[in-house]
Design a protein around this ligand. Sequence first.
Ligand SMILES: Cc1cc2nc3c(=O)[nH]c(=O)nc-3n(C[C@H](O)[C@H](O)[C@H](O)COP(=O)(O)O)c2cc1C
Length: 411
Amino acid sequence: MNNLSQKRILLGVCGGIAAYKSAELVRRLRADGARVRVVMTAAASEFITARTFQALTGEPVLSDWSDDRTGMDHIELARWADRILIAPATADSLARLAHGRADDLLAAVCLASEAPLMVAPAMNQAMWRHAATRDNVELLRRRGVQICGPADGEQACGEVGPGRMLEPQALLQALSDAFCSARLAGLKVVVTAGPTREPIDPVRFLSNRSSGKMGYAIARAAREAGASVELVSGPVLLDVPPGVQRVRVESGQEMLEAVLERITDCDLFIATAAVADYRPAKPAQQKIKKPVADTSLQLEPVTDILATVAALDHRPFCVGFAAETEQLEQHAQKKRLRKGVELIAANRVGNGRGFESDDNELLLVWEGGTCWLPKDSKARLAHQLIEKVASLYPQRSNKQISSEYHAKHSA
Ligand SMILES: Cc1cc2nc3c(=O)[nH]c(=O)nc-3n(C[C@H](O)[C@H](O)[C@H](O)COP(=O)(O)O)c2cc1C
């Protein structure tokens, strides 16, 4: 499950130019599995219609007191929400919230709700800098309201300065962080993902069917669990998960170097990349032309990244992946012992399973236990895997344990 899956988000939309961006935010929240209800101020209807939000959420949109059919809809909504985000939050609405007013539906819902409140201010830079707005924002902050942004930059009015609403992606991340399980908070995680390409000549290479989807989902899940995450990725066509640092590589050797550069202060290493086992021993410097005298390809082994990291003096907690076509558990146990790692996640590949698919199934194998994660989306499996890693990773305060763990394994 990702952080936003099934979360009940109440989105308040106020009367500002940035209201059009809220439609995109709703779309992304829904794509991440959140349940979204929208309350608009009367002024917001001048900028975007309720119908847009109704279509995007599949729920009725409340704007005016007359929309409160039972007279208690606003209280019910206030209780329903896991979290309220007002985006855009106008100067006027911030003033109403700061002073505890309930003279419009959105302000009344906020006042009646015990859900945490986040606001994404959006206004002209002079309005944002005004002492009245500063005081209102400070008052809200002191009461525990999370102020998201605003960003600096060019404004709709032509001025430049602070007051731009954060982009939908940044607000999505802020909401996701707010639901973060914090199981890996304070830890540094390095994840490898995707295939590698081992050159035959400047235009040809040996590679494999890995899409990188599992590794990217794991990087995202680790980030959502509060870790700082670096993703060393082979060539794939995937977006960088929010909040994750990505470095792109091509060959297994480049991946090894990128991992070793980042591993010194790393707490967890999760190797999902399908690194080539062998590479052409003598890649041609120029494109190989027909006819070739010798059609055979001389191969040499590629350094095993997981085994190299697991053998380091100051090694992180290591998680490896095993793609197998048969005898899953036996091969996974052997691989775990051979590489000397804490956890192996084994998946069956071939016949449309594993590679390139959005779903997967995993057998987790560690010292003294196994656990079957039945077929599910890679996003949900990634969260379950991270939960397991968090439970196996030595508990207590993060960095301290990490140094104890390193000390133990380097002894
Ligand atoms: C074209 C136009 C754009 C506006 N943009 C903003 C804005 O970005 N931020 C803001 O605080 N107010 C803006 N206002 C003023 C608000 O719409 C006005 O203060 C209104 O009372 C806000 O009501 P609400 O907070 O209930 O939505 C704008 C007004 C107009 C006419």
